[in-house]
Write a protein that binds this ligand. Structure first.
Ligand code: ACM
Ligand code: ZN
Length: 756
């Protein structure tokens, strides 16, 4: 898989330079790079030369000249040049000097004080060389056109030989759940180009919106592009075919192929709102404004559906020159098909035994329609279940199993597992380091199978990400994905990468990229201060270069900044904010604390917490810290199905007053409050006195997420041991959508107030 690069002129250089160092801030890191003393000066005398008759090569030269022109007081001349030597003071983009065996997308770049030579076998290779060249110029070179008119630029001298590890280096944008406007998409294409990414996977249709104008079926956008939000407002938008052609051409000029995704047979509610006759029930349903997987899908039994989608694909093929067309195929519930007379008749006629086979039949029909026109289908990994044509490409998202199965069966695969590539996921689960650690080729594959991994994609789903916040989710994680897909694994090192990312931020600032954080930006670190019998809390930054601020509420309820570590007594809230610059500031993180009299006392559990929800370990329930309403926040311990009994040793007899335990309600996740909690106390750990059971104050069916405390007043009874019995449903009750499955109990703190 590693590129073979044998430029004779660089042979010696390859022997003497270290593979990678932090001496440059080029992302993705080149295969080989040495930054050298000196600079090449660009000014009004500089010419951009090219030595090929290809219009694509000339276009790269013009692209470079115009990028210089947009921020300079001059625009370099662009000229065809056929000489062999490099004219002094010029930048030569050369196909003719790329002799020998070179990766088709590879390039060699030599920047010296008297000239620049970029050699490659293709316009794409030259284009990537130009992207590297941009990164040898100061960040201000990227500033928005018209703002800066500089009279000259210095490019650092260097010697670079480079080529990509994978041919498919993608970003998926979901423009269905939230509409992204044309300017934003072009801006994203610009940033992708700088990162040498070459596939924009454009998710154009889904339940919540159909965003592509189809001339033959105007209701797809007249109806399907618009939805009524919960607050009654109308939301939507779509791309005209003219806008699509414009975006496709804009991307092509940056060596990016736009791969459209037209979802079928599921995720189709917007289309069915426009044309209800294409569903199994033919019921008229609105374009939904909620998220999830919907049971109404395209009817696979009606010939009308098949011909409708083929008509749609005819226009799609006309708009998009990409060889691959993505047809979705994910998350198709079988319910409607099983009950539909047309679908059942189809299954009988075609000898299909179940819904999965029907989906296989349906996708194969669509794939052969594409094949007849020289295109091939991509589908999400669900398409493996029902049988698929040989040339279908599988996009593995539910982990990497789909990629393993697909490549073993001889299919090409693209990888975008939720674990590393889903940028809709929070930084808590998918931070910069997690993305950077992604290895696109499963180690179990043999080399012929591994060669079928075309590359990968970052997936930006937008259920919870309107355009205003999307860039904070994409960046800086896309820098990591770009490097994973370009740079050989042996040359990847997160420590050095992160240093380069810090140097890269000013470039992103110049480009107007509204990047977010690399990881959750601020964390509270609480320690037991046993001499003061309280908590000592400090703050930890999630990345370099942040300013952190701790905030406490004063008596009037206003927050003020306090020094860390903060010594805490009593109950209250501590806030924290992280700032990177004037634009990027975190949400205020809150720590709810309760310094009580059982802080860090030993706790005995009748059974241990689930290994998936251990909280912060053995002291979770007595660390003085409450959980948020997010059961993944590391403050909660989770217990599946059934009662839990906890016993605490206070170390000495005390007069017990208020006792309480914090529990979580999040019915949607199967987490219910206990049916009751019984507190009991003992002087000797043998004989216990029970207090009356405490029951929840809210409806069990409450779907809101909240923390609830179960509390009693022990009236000053003296005891050393406290027992807390949580009476819990073993399984979810009948009213729950997952009735009969295991119910969960989540606990964060047992709080004890007493007098000595
Ligand atoms: C997917 O995330 N449903 C492909
Ligand atoms: Zn049907």
């Amino acid at each position: 898989m590693s590129p073979r690069l044998y430029f004779p002129v660089f042979a010696l250089f390859l022997l003497v330079t270290p593979p990678l160092s932090a001496q440059h801030a080029i992302i993705p890191a080149p295969v080989r790079a040495a930054i050298q003393m000196g600079a090449f000066h660009i000014d009004a005398e500089t010419a951009v030369l090219y030595d090929s008759d290809s219009a694509d090569v000339r276009a790269v030269a013009e692209y470079l000249a115009s990028r210089i022109g947009r921020v300079s007081s001059f625009t370099p001349a662009v000229r065809h040049y056929t000489g062999t030597s490099l004219p002094r003071g010029s930048i030569l983009l050369s196909i003719r000097s790329a002799e020998g065996e070179v990766h088709p997308e590879g390039y060699a770049l030599r920047v010296a004080p008297n000239g620049v030579r970029c050699s490659a076998q293709s316009a794409a290779g030259l284009f990537y060389g130009v992207q590297t060249f941009r990164q040898l110029l100061p960040p201000r070179f990227e500033s928005v056109a018209g703002r800066d008119t500089v009279r000259g630029w210095d490019a650092k001298c260097c010697l670079i030989v480079d080529a990509p590890r994978f041919t498919w280096r993608g970003l998926m944008l979901d423009c269905a759940r939230h509409f992204l406007d044309v300017d934003f998409i072009k801006h994203t294409i610009d940033v992708m180009a700088l990162l040498k990414m070459n596939r924009l996977h454009w998710h154009l249709t889904d339940d919540q919106g159909w965003r592509l104008e189809i001339r033959r079926y105007p209701a797809l956008t007249a109806v399907g592009a618009w939805r009524r939000e919960a607050d009654g407002s109308r939301y939507g938008g779509f791309y005209t075919q003219e806008q699509v052609r414009d975006i496709v051409a804009y991307a092509a000029a940056r060596h990016i192929t736009v791969v459209p995704e037209i979802e079928m047979p599921g995720h189709a509610r917007a289309a069915l709102a426009a044309y209800p006759s294409l569903s199994c029930t033919q019921e008229s349903l609105p374009v939904p404004h909620t998220w999830g997987v919907f049971e109404d899908v395209f009817c696979a039994g009606k010939d009308e559906t098949v011909s409708f989608l083929q008509d749609v694909l005819t226009e799609v093929i006309d708009l998009f020159p990409a060889r691959e067309i993505h047809l979705g195929g994910d998350e198709v519930p079988p319910h409607r098909w099983r009950e539909c007379a047309d679908c059942r008749a189809r299954m009988q006629r075609e000898g299909l035994t179940d819904a999965s086979a029907l989906q296989g039949w349906f996708m194969s029909r669509m794939a052969s329609y594409l094949a007849a026109q020289g295109r091939r289908m991509i589908g999400w990994d669900e398409i493996l279940a029902g049988g698929l044509p040989d040339d279908a490409v599988v996009q593995s998202w539910r982990g990497m199993d789909g990629a393993v199965a697909a490549t073993r069966a001889g299919h090409d695969a693209i990888v975008s597992p939720t674990s590393h590539a889903y940028f809709d996921y929070a930084l808590r689960t998918t931070d910069l380091e997690q993305v950077y650690s992604f290895e696109p080729v499963p180690t179990v594959l043999k080399s012929a199978e591994a060669a079928r991994i075309l590359g990968g994609e970052a997936a930006m789903w937008t259920e919870r990400a309107p355009q205003s916040v999307i860039e904070e989710k994409i960046h800086p994680r896309l820098l990591a994905m770009a490097e994973v897909l370009w740079t050989p694994p042996l040359q990847r090192n997160f420590f050095l990468f992160r240093r380069r990312v810090q140097e890269y931020y000013p470039r992103l600032d110049s480009l107007g990229v509204r990047y977010g954080f690399e990881a959750p930006p601020v964390r509270f670190v609480a320690a037991h201060d046993s001499t003061a019998a309280g908590l000592s809390v400090s703050l930890k930054a999630g990345q370099p270069g942040l300013q952190l601020q701790a905030l406490r509420f004063g008596p009037e309820g206003t927050a003020r900044e306090v020094d860390v570590p903060v010594a805490l007594q009593g109950r209250g809230l501590l806030g924290a904010v992280a700032r990177k610059n004037a634009r990027l500031r975190s949400d205020t993180a809150l720590l709810r604390y309760d310094v009580h009299d059982a802080l860090f006392a030993p706790v005995h559990y009748s059974r241990p917490a689930s290994r998936h929800y251990p909280g912060s370990g053995d002291s979770t329930l007595v660390d003085g810290i409450y959980g948020s309403t997010d059961h993944h926040d590391g403050r909660w311990q989770g217990f599946p199905g059934g009662d839990v009994v906890l016993t605490i040793d206070l170390g000495e007899e005390r007069a017990l007053q208020e006792l309480s335990i914090g529990c979580l309600q999040h019915a949607g996740a199967g987490i219910l409050l206990p049916r009751s909690v019984t507190f009991a106390f003992s002087r000797d750990m043998v004989a216990y006195t029970e207090l009356p059971a405490v029951t929840p104050r809210q409806e069990e069916k409450d779907m809101a997420r909240r923390r609830a405390a179960f509390s009693v007043d022990a009236g000053g009874m003296r005891a050393r041991f406290l027992r807390v019995h949580c009476n819990v449903r073993p399984v979810l009750p009948d009213w729950h959508s997952s009735a009969g499955e295991q119910a969960w109990l989540f606990l964060d703190e047992i709080s004890v107030r007493s007098a000595p």
